[in-house]
Design a protein around this ligand. Structure first.
Ligand code: 8LK
Length: 223
């Protein structure tokens, strides 16, 4: 159907539960000049021609989850496909965590009907089979649900204040099923970081792993 475009640059997706420290990790990498950092387009999700889809989804998930996730899928596709002059591209989450963590959670939780889930999955299959949305490394910020619950309180993003603990536990389990148990297709090798620690010790860990993450690029380019 489509010609898959040229091979993408070394692409890393940062995965983890809500409040797992992804934005902190991405800010750390933003200071390197040969890395392009693409954060989750949350501001787009909060204003789609005047509608805050994120808020609608949390307020009435049965009515809005499919609408929201369909738009998320389009905006994540844009991140994957965005050309870059940098040798390394870091994206916050991915089409893959959208499908195997968030949408799976909403469907299993009865917030998305089966026809909605099927239509979403048809789109997902068409996009991933026909377009060059590959990633080369997944960095999993592994956290304990209690820890992220506490951070979400502190961060105080308005739409998230009503997220129940059960939702975070379910999302955690789906990240573990995908990235640790490998129950769903894994598009790349996974680097697991324990992200329960406080920020300054996490920075040190990021420093250690930065060379590992960036030198993966060399490995890939040599191949
Ligand atoms: C790919 C993807 C990201 C993503 C984020 N979210 C929510 C979780 C957070 O409250 C907020 C920002 O990550 O959006 C979601 O419901 N579905 C998603 N799918």
């Amino acid at each position: 159907m489509f010609e898959k475009g040229p091979k993408s640059k070394f692409t890393v997706s940062i995965e983890g539960n809500i409040g797992s420290g992804k934005s902190t990790l991405l800010q750390h990498f933003a200071k390197f000049n040969d890395v392009e950092v693409l954060q989750e387009p949350v501001d787009k999700w909060r204003n789609v021609r005047g509608y805050n889809l994120l808020d609608l989804m949390y307020k009435d998930p049965c009515r809005w989850a499919h609408t929201f996730q369909t738009y998320v899928q389009m905006t994540m596709m844009e991140l994957h496909l965005k050309p870059t002059s940098s040798p390394v591209k870091l994206i916050e989450r991915s089409l893959f965590s959208a499908r195997y963590c968030f949408v799976e959670n909403l469907f299993r939780g009865g917030k998305m009907t089966e026809p909605e889930y099927n239509v979403y999955c048809e789109w997902y299959n068409m996009i991933t089979q026909n377009l060059n949305v590959d990633v080369d490394l997944i960095v999993y910020l592994r956290t304990d649900p209690n820890k992220v619950h506490e951070r979400i309180r502190k961060r105080a993003r308005s739409e998230e204040q009503t997220i129940p603990m059960q939702y975070l536990e379910d999302l955690h389990k789906l990240h573990e099923d995908w990235l640790i148990e490998k129950k769903h297709p894994l598009p790349a090798p996974v680097l697991i970081l324990d992200a329960n620690e406080n920020l300054c010790s996490m920075y040190k860990k990021f420093e250690e792993h930065t060379s590992e993450i960036l030198c993966q690029k060399l490995v890939k380019n040599k191949l």
